[in-house]
Design a protein around this ligand. Sequence first.
Ligand code: NAD
Length: 596
Amino acid sequence: MTREFASVGVVGLGTMGAGIVEVFARNGIDVVAVEVTEAALERGRATLIGSTDRAVAKGKLAAADRDALLARVDWQVGLAALHAVDLVIEAIPEQLDLKQRIFAELDRVCKPETVLATNTSSLSVTEISVATTRPNQVIGIHFFNPAPVMKLVEIVRTVVTSAEVVADVERLCARLGKVDVTISDRAGFIANALLFGYLNHAVSLVEARYASREDIDAAMKLGCGLPMGPLALMDLIGLDTAYEILDTMYRRGGRDRRHAPVPLIKQMVTAGLLGRKSGRGFYTYERPGSPVVVPDDQTPVGAESTLEAGARGIAKVGVVGSGTMATGIIEVFAKAGYEVVSVTRGAEKSGKLFEAVKTSLNKGVVRGKLGEADRDAALGRVTWSATLEHLADVDLVVEAVIEELSVKKALFASLDEICKPGVVLATTTSSLPVIDVAMATQRPADVVGLHFFNPAPVMSLVEIVRTIRTSAETTATAKAVCGELGKTGVVCGDRSGFIVNALLFPYLNDAVKMLEASYSTADDIDHAMKLGCGYPMGPFELLDVVGLDVSLAIQRELYLELREPGFSPAPLLEHLVTAGYLGRKTGRGFRDHTRR
Ligand code: NAD
């Protein structure tokens, strides 16, 4: 017999609960919304009213529909109000003993046929279920934050959840306009198991003052197309909730050190910096609960007391290399009005490079993004040369030659002899230590990494890599140049993967390990990350695009440098690379691209 769930109860109206109430009420289902105190109840009600008012103001909800929605909610203190509902969703703090107590009470209060669900992110649904006399009617319904917006719901079935209950809840999710993935009871399910290692790692970068909160967030938004950076997301989730989730995942998920909460998180929780809900976390908000970021009135967490340094003036730029990156970088500098000297290893290469830059600029003209006169002016700013001697009077050199340390070191040693004093020497390396290149010169203070993303004219992010020898003036100059180019330059230390790759590839590797463990399918994992966390592509889609060989090489570098056991490349990734399944470029990777 299928159940319809005509009325539901939501217990706990904090960050998640208030949003869950909205999801049900919006879809015509009566909700009994329960809190522990009148004050907490009032906060939950205010959240719902604020959210629906915003929807009306934006024209997404008619005022009459808002009123009908609000009328469907019955606000109550105490669980006794839930005696007649068909389904309860619990969204109280992420603590097992607390949840077990509430489930035992719900079991007493609710009708025998009522389904009891938890919105837990990381706790064992099975352990919660055994606090009741009806474990076969207990299930995980894991919504994503913000619940009214995110499409995904993870349905967690324990070994005793009845098949009918699973089917009923799946139907309910469809009725709510959500996409569900049904999985078994494992710490962090799909999305959080892949997300929280990444979030914790991002916090560790702030803690180590490796990069600023803004730069880490900008890097992940611009480099990976994420809707928000990891630190803004930590603030949205709530630092206290994030702490509990990490702690549980560490204990339940095989004591992976990457899930051991970074000490800074606990300090922030103790200091009351819980994120948006308390008005301050990594960022400062207009008031508790507000999404509006305001300037800090105190030094933000992890902020550097950097030496203020002036930038050097840059007018003439040398670009060494003739590949894809060099092509894009020449275009970017020339379009921004810099005089450019391009150096390749021969006239033939220079000729081809000229054609490549012209073709790319022409595309801009065809697309109406660039006038013909601007194209001609940009091309006119470039001098094409086959000898490094022509770099004698440039102010900045950007090297984009083959990714081999010996080649780059030799080049930098030559630049050291040719270039005038005070020139900024930049490498575009994506994987080599910048300090190795810097030490090939007599002027390591002037050497910096400028990691452009491909295609350079399109991608607005540049990682500015400062080594322990880079001067503040050199970093400031690099930052100013990025600004002139219309790019966002994020400053970071000289560690493998810089910011983006260091945070992205371990996540992709974890997804492969999850697939390898047969916990879920590539399709469901891709869905979960896109619909639950707003990734523009799922991990397996992205791996196939980037190339499995490239991904494996980056992951190996990270593992070699950091020696973190959790970073060891997934055996499945290695096997696929060995088998020649490299992704789209070979027609097969995690998916078969040869069939339509
Ligand atoms: P929160 O701290 O923002 O809210 C918890 C609410 O529960 C508070 O308002 C509190 O007053 C109330 N509460 C506590 N004890 C209660 C009781 N006995 N009866 C009724 N209400 C009670 O927490 P949150 O972030 O909303 O997390 C709630 C659950 O949702 C957790 O299990 C969490 O793991 C999960 N979750 C959180 C997120 C997120 O991004 N924050 C996302 C998905 C799932």
